[in-house]
Design a protein around this ligand. Structure first.
Ligand code: PHE
Length: 402
């Protein structure tokens, strides 16, 4: 089980044995004794340059509505850094990850990144999963010129926040196209309804990209309804949707809400498949939604059933450490940490500007979620997979190239 303590949490990784302890968060040992800079005011704070551990910040939803996103991403990062340290670290130094829990809340995500950058003086930041929280926190990293790498935030707006902001995942115009093509060409659907979370940048964006593509492919969106994250009653929207007789419903939300939508749809006798995106990826999806999700489909970043040696090696290492298989979040966290370390190695430094430049040049990095090439917009270009929800498993259906 993941070490759960109230934040701040310090996770220290030693070369051979990872020791996870709840301690008070202290600045990096080699942090200069300057007063913390106020965000956006004056020169960026000096980063530790030599000696001691290399300290990387991570902010994630360890608790709250999307707790499995934070937990699984963190486990992927832990495993990656443990492997890096076991192989001698980076630039002759060990890497340490300082984790801040943002409780699945946007204001907390912003405070977490401010703390990591201005108080803890981390050299780079990993996070977040939810696009809304990444988008809100990115300007802090950008102003301080500290590279930020999101493992899995897919809304295009994120990397538009500036040239220090990167992601190692594909973006939603592609993900929306993947599911539109799948619905239209593979499932042969003509009519689909959409149910989007209006409080969620990711959901709104993905709903729009899907709609645009599904229509472009000759399909019809029978009705487009909304809800707000955390809602518990979807009967009004689903009743209206049922009246339009769609062949499927596109629900690009996060797992907690989607699972309840699925149950209520079934109760209303609306037994068409639901379609969605990476936000469905959680073991809780089936735990909450159960049979009502049977036969539904979603797009994702990776499948643990991919038989390529690099994926299977990762799956085995992860299972050995955590006694459960890695989901897409864990795989993306792992790749984000490894891509960052790779950039530091190529930069030969932990200096923000140099690491930024090296990150921008990432080409065909062999990740467990595919080969990662960072394009001129600081997004990754890579394939997506479609998974089918069946008997509590996410079964691999197909891979779609960009
Ligand atoms: N892509 C989602 C977002 O941008 C987050 C997510 C990624 C959720 C991967 C689950 C799996 O908000």
């Amino acid at each position: 089980m993941l070490n759960r303590c109230r934040f701040p949490i310090v996770l220290a990784f030693s070369a051979l044995f990872a020791s996870f302890a709840c301690k008070k968060s202290n600045p990096a040992p080699d942090a200069p004794r300057t007063p913390p800079a106020r965000d956006g005011v004056g020169a960026p704070p000096a980063r530790p340059v030599a000696g001691g551990d290399i300290v990387i910040g991570e902010f994630g939803s360890m608790t709250g509505a999307t707790a499995t996103f934070g937990e699984m991403t963190h486990r992927g990062i832990e495993l990656a850094i443990e492997e890096v340290n076991a192989a001698g670290g980076v630039l002759g130094r060990k890497v340490r990850v300082l984790l801040e829990d943002d409780q699945s809340e946007t204001p907390q995500a912003v405070s977490a990144v401010k703390k990591l950058i201005h108080q803890d003086k981390v050299v780079a930041v990993l996070g977040e999963v939810a696009s809304k929280r990444s988008i809100a926190a990115a300007p802090i990293a950008q102003r301080a010129k500290v590279p930020m790498v999101s493992p899995s935030s897919t809304n295009p707006e994120l990397t538009e926040k500036g040239d220090y902001i990167f992601r190692v995942c594909f973006i939603d115009p592609f993900q929306g196209t993947v599911m539109a093509k799948f619905a239209r060409n593979t499932l042969k659907f003509d009519k689909i309804a959409v149910l989007r979370d209006v409080k969620n940048d990711y959901s709104v964006g993905l709903a729009n990209f899907f709609t645009e593509q599904f229509k472009a492919l000759g399909g019809t969106v029978t009705l487009d309804k909304s809800y707000s994250e955390g809602d518990k009653d979807f009967n009004a929207q689903l009743t209206a949707i049922k009246a339009t007789a769609p062949q499927g419903i596109f629900v690009p939300g996060y797992y907690t809400d989607v699972a309840i939508v699925a149950q209520q749809a079934k109760k209303l006798g609306l037994s068409v498949p639901l379609l969605g995106g990476d936000g469905w990826d959680s073991e809780k999806l089936w735990e909450i939604g159960g049979e009502s999700l049977e036969g539904s489909y979603f797009s994702n970043h990776y499948s643990k059933d991919d038989q390529s040696p690099r994926v299977q090696k990762f799956v085995t290492a992860f299972k050995t450490k955590y006694q459960k298989p890695p989901d897409g979040l864990a795989a993306m966290g792992y790749d984000a940490a490894k891509v960052l370390v790779d950039a530091m190695t190529r930069a030969g430094a932990t200096d923000g500007k140099k690491v930024r430049d090296a990150l921008a040049k990432t080409t065909k990095y062999a990740g467990v979620t595919g080969d990662i090439t960072i394009n001129e917009k600081r997004d990754a270009v890579k394939p997506a997979v479609v998974l089918k929800v069946t008997k509590g498993q996410f079964q691999y259906v197909e891979t779609i190239q960009p």
